[in-house]
Design a protein around this ligand. Structure first.
Ligand code: UDX
Ligand code: UDX
Length: 436
């Protein structure tokens, strides 16, 4: 029997989930509280930038097995399986805000017209499934059967479609045979990648994985601080470490730190979960602290190089939290811009995708903060150029041209995208992370 899938919340995670589940051949309806997102999706235009998403959205809309409603109740009533992908933002004290997950759980209780499998896709604290069941049992109007399951997402922004369709693992946290059977059927194409656990285990795998990756990044960033005090080169330290298959080369790139909607939030959520359960996660408090101070280390480097920042023209290349996305949530660029604005610098900002999102935080304001249509225009007349996000186009800049258009050929590279010797040969003063 054809499983009817509802995806609740079509943001970065939900929209990719809806489109890719349809691509797997399932009957999918996406819904979101923001009507504009539904209208965009129905028009075949994702409201977010994600490589490959637009083509698959249009293909599956045309195929007829993908639809979008601006009607949560109807979506719930029409579906057998509900993937919950609503926001779980971070509260001031580090806890995940479960308001939206609770709200959706109540609406599911109101619309239990048949058996439903409720699947947590959003990154949620361990024990959330117990709360979802409690809410549904409190508010449901009938005795219709239902199950809750956890199927955490491991999508990296900028490669989310690829990651969904080429998973390393599919974690299925269930507490009934029926739920297991349904989810194994949904993911039958990846049968060899499925790991079935109980729900607590599945919920924890997600937080533990993200926190471990964040820890790896903070570790190499801490090592880069030591490299700056010695003759060591952090890129070679990372390469040397990564040759050990137990360590591996990935997520050992020193820079201005990690951002995004997951690492900062998931690290703090796990710290908080630990506090609630009486487990001391000081280790992750250090991970978070090391990451936060990356900004100030970088801004101090700019100050050391330029001395006075007031009215200095500074090009900021890269605003998104990482390449291949328009997402600026917790992007290092935000705090760097804030600190440089405090010093009275004249900022010229450029990013291939994220300018529209950054304008919502820092509106254009001549001459203090100007958005430029290209990296070259940002660098025109600049006293220094900062690399904050390693978009490939920055690596391919014509540095001879850059050297002639800048007022002072000074590059401060927050992501080590250039080779120091090469850039200096072209006449630049060049500074980077964890190396001379
Ligand atoms: C979010 C969480 O941040 C992440 O931890 C979780 O894994 C998945 O959901 P993301 O998709 O990046 O990740 O967030 P966002 O782009 O904000 O998408 C959430 C969507 O849910 C938004 O489109 C929002 O409009 C929608 N939403 C939120 C609802 O449809 N209903 C609600 O009640 C609340
Ligand atoms: C991450 C996880 O990779 C993904 O599995 C999970 O589902 C969601 O969170 P994402 O946040 O989209 O994905 O991007 P990721 O590629 O992990 O980068 C996260 C941040 O770490 C970025 O700001 C990136 O610049 C930074 N980073 C990454 C480093 O600073 N150094 C590295 O070596 C790798």
């Amino acid at each position: 029997m054809k499983i009817k899938i509802g995806v609740i919340g079509t943001g970065y995670v939900g929209l990719v989930t809806a489109v890719c589940l349809a691509e797997l051949g399932h009957q999918v309806v996406g819904t979101d509280v923001v009507k504009e997102k539904i209208d965009f999706a129905l028009a075949g235009r994702p409201h977010i930038y994600e490589p490959g998403l637009e083509e698959l959205l249009q293909k599956n809309l045309k195929r007829g097995n993908l639809n979008f409603y601006h009607d949560l109740d109807k979506t719930i009533q029409d579906s057998d399986v509900l993937f919950v992908c609503v926001s779980t933002p971070q509260l001031a004290d580090g806890r995940a805000d479960m308001t939206y997950v609770e709200g959706v759980s109540r609406r599911i209780a109101d619309n239990l017209n048949s058996y439903k499998l409720i699947v947590e896709k959003s990154t949620v604290p361990v024990r959330t499934s117990a709360w979802i069941k409690r809410v549904i049992n409190l508010y449901r109007k009938n005795a219709e059967n239902y199950d809750v399951a956890s199927n955490p997402e491991f999508l990296r922004e900028g490669s989310a479609v690829h990651d969904f369709l080429n998973p390393d693992r599919i974690i299925i946290g269930v507490e009934s045979e029926k739920a297991e059977k349904i989810l194994c059927q949904i993911y039958q194409k990846f049968a060899d990648k499925i790991l079935v656990t109980n729900i607590d285990t599945a919920e924890l795998i997600k937080h533990a994985s993200n926190s471990f990756l964040a820890m790896k990044i903070s570790f190499i960033n801490l090592i880069s601080e030591l490299c700056e005090k010695t003759e060591a080169d952090v890129e070679l330290v990372a390469r040397g470490m990564g040759l050990d298959p137990r360590i591996g080369p990935q997520f050992l790139k020193a820079g201005v730190g990690y951002g995004g909607s997951c690492f900062p939030k998931d690290v703090r959520a796990l710290i908080h979960i630990g506090e609630e359960m009486g487990v001391d996660f000081s280790l992750l408090k250090e991970v978070d602290k090391i990451n936060t101070r990356r900004i100030y280390i970088f801004v101090n480097k700019v100050k050391q190089v330029l001395w006075v920042l007031r009215e200095k023209k500074i090009a900021v290349l890269g605003l998104s939290f990482k390449p291949q996305t328009d997402d600026i949530r917790n992007a290092p660029s935000i705090e760097v811009i804030r600190e440089l604005k405090k010093e009275g610098a004249y900022l010229r900002l450029y990013d291939p995708q994220a300018i529209a999102n950054m304008k919502k935080i820092f509106p254009e304001q001549e001459p203090d903060l100007v958005y430029c249509p290209s990296a070259y225009e940002a660098l025109e007349g600049a006293n220094a150029g900062l690399i904050i996000t390693e978009w490939p186009e920055f690596q391919n800049l014509d540095l001879r041209k850059v050297e002639t258009i800048m007022s002072n050929p000074i590059l401060i590279d927050g992501r080590n995208i250039f080779e120091p010797a090469e850039v200096r040969k072209m006449g630049f003063e060049y500074y980077s992370i964890g190396r001379k």
